[in-house]
Design a protein around this ligand. Structure first.
Ligand code: SF4
Length: 970
């Protein structure tokens, strides 16, 4: 702000010492330059980021010594944020004198975030300076989980792990090696590593995150995520709290607001009045799990009132296949297609949708009209939210995409594109062949359509003896805390016959690392390399996460060989760790592993990190030329450009309607066209489709079109879901017994300031958000006699937890909710970590599957190198709710369905805040109940999963190979 004279009240407050004297002489002097500027002019100054030519010698005043004027000189080095999946640009301000990172700001050269960040971006500095962070590799002593550790060398770590992996591979025990990641990054880096080892060893968190919605989208058009073009949209429908959290949240939020400023209307479907809903033009407080009914009601209105895009439906949906399969008595005409759809959805009247969801019929009609009017400029998104919470949650994304298809907004400007159209795919050096192994601990036969690994069931698979993990890496992954049923994870981690060696690759302590054999500190966002590209808008970009001190050292003429030479302590980085480990697994190259990790420029020698990224960057369209134009000339020009700017825009936003791109003559050579469905195929694979006489690329589905009718669902034994459907959730009102106090708990929402278990070491963030009470509507609170702050006992299917009530009108009546970030803990024997956020708890098992946790003490001030740790004023660290949830894998998509049926009670005498009980025998029974709902593989030809479905780390697809179940096992 520009200079302002003190007000009367300020004058008095300053004189009384209630506030500091902001108008004393020093301040006036300091601020006099600013007096001549208006507020608007000052605001403009803040928009101006230091120009890149000054990034090596940038001076600004040190705010810490204010009002004294003291100039500091910084080096500014770009990198990317790791506090959510958006990978927004950051710039590190490094004190030139001390070579310490002092702060992080945005990077205006990053095309996704454009210089802006949410609170979690700048808070990366807290993570760097966290006094509790792990600085050296550690090895457990005593029993696993006892909490005692010895410092070891990286050499010992690498040799121990490499020897064990080598032995497993040589003994054909490939499936006993796994890398289990929570928040990935590293476009394709781990594919390169694990496929280089020839193992099917990737496990991910995706089935507790987004795979439900992915499955719904994939069925339609072969892409598993949407890329909404919010900034150009006329109407935006969010089935999530996407303005404040969710995937690509800050970049999307900017563009949603841009769209709104240009006149777009925003609707949000959410049982909570989230910050997103409060910024919307329409809030649809739907009962959880009924979203698909509302969306189908909108679809019916659009169909009945002729608001659909006839041209798009006629050309780009597989309607002829649908009529043939479902209405063989009818003539195949477009009119009959529309009539059949209207008939199929006739029960989904607005009144029926209102009865199911509680959303007013009038509002459903109004929004259907708005969507119809927006036409191609209809943008929408469902990330976790409903898709991640309900039995059949995947059907929500499928029904949402139905609206996108009806309006012809698929891939249109202002519409919703497939995510892959706005995402870069790297070309890596020495690409390994797909592995010839299939790991049934990740993709078991029972879940052939599961969109990602059935990671939430791993402990149950191990418990019932389906296999073991000999070498298991956990990375940015904390299942004991983040996953449902954490006590079963704890039981399995404690058993060395289930997990032979567990290496936790983590910069900070967490509830899972307590049960590891090695704890290996990997760099934070600004301490390692990584490559990012995400679908943030209608354009494509790449960003380069780099260890900023390493880059500063290089600029200062003191280059280092390995990143841990500049990082604090011996904190290393994953890229270099895995390259080194790969060489030690196969030191003489005889296993065929080493060759993947040799330099593409210096044959036979170990690839360096610079070579790996240069190889990728020099193949990015236009980057070499841009680097040259910026003055970079040598062999590593593309890499140097990325080191300087941290990001590159590959394409600005012309990637619309790419399904209409035409196949080239070269591509068409040797192809044939199916006379019935017009699909163009070559070598037995679909490559396009004839549309109005033109050979178009189409979509990667069997029909090359949007599949309103899915033969795949029929072939894989789910004919009742061949077309978009509403599936009643496991927490549908019909299932709950309200007379017994049964409610639905929404445990999925994110607070904008926190991120799962990764933000516990960021003091600014925890200072803002440090409790997770139960949101309850006043009507429900009255019924139960609760007031804000009262204790409430929530009984789940396997146990209970005791939390506090927050009475708020922001919650839909009949539904309760609890944020999932809070309730972190450590036991007295554990190493101190995340003390801004962790309760100290006592955990006791009865040896028969019964586990109790109670809080010994909350969060307390403590002495450390950070003075703020003595100023902690919050005491309440919240409650760990996920550990009381049973696994509920959707039998089709494999997604864990997060919503919980809970029985609400007042706690019994003696029960305290934070008390938790779980019976892991019950959780195993519930696992079996849900397993019994599946319809296992094989497919028609013995396949483990539909060949056209993408699969993470795709194994070899040759006929008769690992993608097929051997006859004797079928
Ligand atoms: S949205 Fe926030 S947390 Fe996520 S990457 Fe961007 S700045 Fe970081």
């Amino acid at each position: 702000m520009g200079y302002k004279k003190p007000s009367f009240i300020e004058n008095i407050a300053e004189k009384l010492g209630v506030i500091p004297n902001l108008h004393k002489e020093g301040y006036q002097e300091f601020d006099k330059d600013m007096c001549q500027f208006s507020d608007e002019e000052v605001a403009k100054m803040y928009e101006n980021f230091p120009p890149p030519e000054k990034w090596d010698n940038w001076q600004e005043y040190n705010p810490k010594v204010w009002p004294r004027k003291e100039k500091k000189t910084y080096q500014i080095v770009p990198t990317t944020c790791f506090n959510c999946e958006s990978a927004c640009g950051l710039t590190a301000f490094i004190d030139k004198e001390t070579q310490e990172v002092k702060k992080f700001e945005g990077n205006p050269y990053h095309p996704g975030s454009r210089g802006r960040n949410c609170a979690k971006g700048p808070a990366s500095i807290n993570q760097v300076t966290d006094p509790d962070r792990i600085l050296f590799p550690l090895k457990r002593k005593g029993k696993r989980g006892d909490g005692e550790w010895d410092r070891v060398s990286w050499d010992e770590v690498l040799d121990t792990i490499a020897t064990r992996i080598r032995k497993a591979i040589l003994e054909d025990r490939h499936n006993e090696i796994a890398y289990h990641v929570g928040r990935p990054g590293n476009e394709k880096f781990m594919n390169w590593i694990l496929q280089g080892w020839g193992i099917d060893g990737h496990n991910s968190h995706t089935n507790i995150c987004s795979s439900g919605a992915r499955f719904g989208y994939n069925l339609w058009y072969g892409y598993d995520r949407p890329s909404p073009d919010h900034a150009e949209a006329k109407f935006i429908l969010l089935v999530s709290a996407h303005l404040e959290s969710g995937h690509y949240f800050n970049p999307h939020a900017q563009r949603i607001i841009e769209g709104k400023m240009k006149g777009a209307k925003l609707a949000t479907m959410d049982p909570r009045l989230s910050n997103t809903a409060s910024m919307s033009d329409y809030w649809l407080p739907s009962y959880p799990g009924t979203e698909a009914a509302v969306l189908l009601a909108m679809a019916l209105i659009i169909l009945e009132e002729g608001l659909y895009n006839r041209n798009y439906l006629e050309n780009w949906t597989n309607w002829k296949e649908y009529l043939k399969a479902r209405h063989s008595d009818k003539e195949i005409t477009f009119e009959n297609y529309i009539a059949a759809m209207i008939d199929e959805y006739k029960e989904f009247t607005p009144e029926y949708a209102e009865k199911e969801s509680g959303v007013k019929a009038d509002m459903i009609v109004e929004i259907a009209h708005k969507i119809g009017e927006a036409g191609e400029r209809f943008a929408s998104h469902n990330w976790r939210a409903a898709g991640a919470s309900n039995l059949g949650g995947w059907a929500v994304a499928r029904c949402l995409h139905f609206l996108t298809v009806l309006t012809g907004a698929v891939g249109a400007k202002g519409g919703t594109s497939p995510n892959s159209w706005n995402k870069f795919k790297p070309t890596q050096p020495n690409p390994p062949a797909p592995q010839k192994k299939w790991n049934e601990l990740h993709f078991p036969k029972e879940y052939p359509l599961a969109f990602f690994e059935m990671s939430q069931l791993l402990p149950h698979f191990l418990k019932e003896g389906r296999g073991k993990m000999d070498v298991y890496f956990s990375r940015v992954f904390n299942p004991v805390w983040t996953y449902p049923d954490g006590f079963t994870w704890m039981e399995m981690f404690s058993d060395e016959t289930k997990f032979g060696l567990h290496a936790a690759l983590t910069p900070t302590w967490n509830e899972t690392a307590f049960f590891a054999d090695f704890v290996l500190p990997m760099g934070l966002a600004s301490e390692r390399h990584d490559l990012n590209s995400y679908a943030t808008h209608g354009g494509t970009w790449i960003a380069f996460r780099q260890p900023v001190l390493r880059e500063a050292a290089r600029r200062n003429g003191k280059p280092v060989k390995l990143t841990y030479e500049v990082n604090p302590g011996e904190v290393w980085e994953e890229d270099e760790f895995f390259i080194e480990l790969s060489w030690r697994i196969d030191p003489d190259g005889s296993m065929g592993i080493r060759k993947t990790f040799e330099s593409p420029y210096r044959p036979g020698e170990k690839i360096t990190i610079d070579e790996y990224y240069q190889y990728i960057f020099e193949r990015v369209k236009g980057l070499n030329e841009t680097a040259k134009a910026d003055g970079f000339t040598g062999q590593f020009a593309a890499l140097e450009y990325m080191k300087k700017y941290g990001a590159y825009e590959i394409e600005k936003g012309e990637s619309y309607k790419m399904n209409e791109n035409q196949l080239t003559d070269e591509q068409l050579k040797g192809s044939k066209v199916d006379p019935i469905n017009d699909v163009i195929s070559k070598d037995g694979k679909g490559i396009g489709v004839m549309i109005n006489g033109k050979p178009c690329v189409g979509f990667p589905t069997p029909s090359r079109k949007n599949e309103f009718y899915s033969q795949t669902m029929v072939d894989w034994k789910w004919p009742e879901y061949a077309t978009p459907t509403y599936i009643k959730s496991h927490i549908h009102n019909d299932v709950l017994d309200k007379s017994k106090g049964e409610y639905v708990l929404v445990p999925t929402f994110r607070l904008p300031t926190l991120i799962h278990s990764r933000s516990g070491n960021a003091k600014w963030l925890v200072e803002i958000s440090n409790r997770n009470p139960i949101w309850m509507h006043p009507d429900d609170a009255k019924k139960w006699g609760f007031q804000t702050g009262d204790l409430v006992k929530l009984n789940t299917d396997i146990g209970y937890f005791i939390d506090k009530v927050w009475v708020t009108q922001s919650m839909k009546p009949g539904v309760v909710a609890c944020s999932h970030h809070i309730g972190r803990w450590r036991r007295p024997q554990d190493q101190t970590g995340n003390r801004w956020a962790t309760n100290t708890v006592n955990i006791e098992g009865d040896g028969k599957g019964g586990w109790r946790m109670n809080t010994i003490s909350g969060i307390k001030p403590y002495d450390s190198s950070d003075k703020d740790s003595k100023r902690i004023f919050w005491k309440d660290g919240g409650v760990h709710q996920n550990i009381t949830h049973a696994v509920h894998p959707d039998p089709i998509s494999g997604m864990h369905t997060w919503h919980q049926r809970v029985k609400i009670e007042k706690p019994n005498e003696g029960e305290k805040y934070g008390d938790i009980f779980v019976d892991t025998n019950k959780s195993h029974e519930i696992y079996k109940e849900w397993l019994a709902m599946t319809r296992p593989a094989p497919g028609l030809n013995g396949e483990r999963r539909p060949l056209w479905f993408n699969r993470a780390f795709t194994p070899d697809k040759s006929e008769g190979g690992c993608y097929y179940i051997p006859k004797k096992e079928q």
